[in-house]
Design a protein around this ligand. Structure first.
Ligand code: SAH
Length: 225
């Protein structure tokens, strides 16, 4: 896919992590802390992960703006605040096995990999998965695992998960994802079509507790059945 230049000799993980540090600090302060995100692990991750490497090169100057951006294939990288908000809601302590549906650019996976133990991320569009994997490997993440496929069915081999994040909107919470959630585990998922809401699902011993959090707009979860 065009637009991303990871082969450049200037692409050293160390250097790229330092670039745009000031813009990241400002993004966290003005967009994320200002709106009430308090989890220090998440704030730290948002300060650290070089978001500009996850967007097409001609979008780099917008990477730290308060908005979602196109990443190709008709898909988008979410607004920074939404990434932080959804991550915080999972209440990660650092030792979690996390499932993400909708790898997209790989940016959200990086944030989750900073805050939890390991991330299993699924993407239905192969070219996006490959590109995300390339960026995340360059940044030396070793706790992120990739799979191309329909996330509606989850990734059973590694279940159960302490946390699940869905970053494309299904019309209802997928049953397989409920089943792959650990007891006491938390799942955050945008549900709906024209109107969508972020739903937090908490698995209790015998039932699932659900809480609607806020209205959002995500690309639809593509269904293969
Ligand atoms: N988390 C991403 C943003 C995701 S955009 C990031 O940080 O950049 C939503 C993504 O979900 C798109 O890349 C889309 O291709 C993917 N997607 C849509 N339907 C899917 C499905 N059924 N299974 C897995 N991925 C899917």
């Amino acid at each position: 896919m065009q637009g991303f230049d990871l082969s450049s000799p200037q692409f050293s993980a160390k250097k790229m992590k330092k670039d745009y540090q000031e813009k990241r600090e400002k993004m966290v302060k003005d967009q994320i802390e200002a709106r009430g995100v308090r989890d220090s692990k998440i704030l730290e991750a948002m300060r650290k992960v070089p978001r500009h490497l996850f967007v097409p090169w001609n979008m780099k100057s917008y990477a730290y703006h308060d908005e979602p951006l196109p990443i190709g294939e008709g898909q988008t990288i979410s607004q920074p605040y939404i990434v932080a908000y959804m991550s915080e809601v999972l209440r990660l302590k650092g030792n979690e096995r996390i499932l993400e549906i909708g790898t997209g650019s790989g940016y959200q996976a990086a944030i989750l990999a900073e805050a939890g133990k390991e991330v299993f991320t699924m993407e239905i569009v192969k070219s996006l998965s490959l590109r995300a994997e390339k960026v995340l490997k360059k940044l030396e993440y070793e706790n992120i695992y990739f799979k191309v496929g329909d996330g509606t069915y989850g990734w059973k081999e590694h279940a159960p998960y302490d946390a699940i994040m869905v970053t494309a909107a299904p019309v209802a919470v997928p049953e397989a994802l409920r089943e792959q959630l650990k007891v006491t585990g938390r799942m955050i998922v945008p549900v709906g079509s024209a109107f969508q809401e972020l739903v937090l699902v908490i698995r209790e011993k015998k039932k699932f507790k659900e809480k609607k959090l806020l209205p959002v707009r995500f690309v639809p979860l593509i269904s293969t059945h």
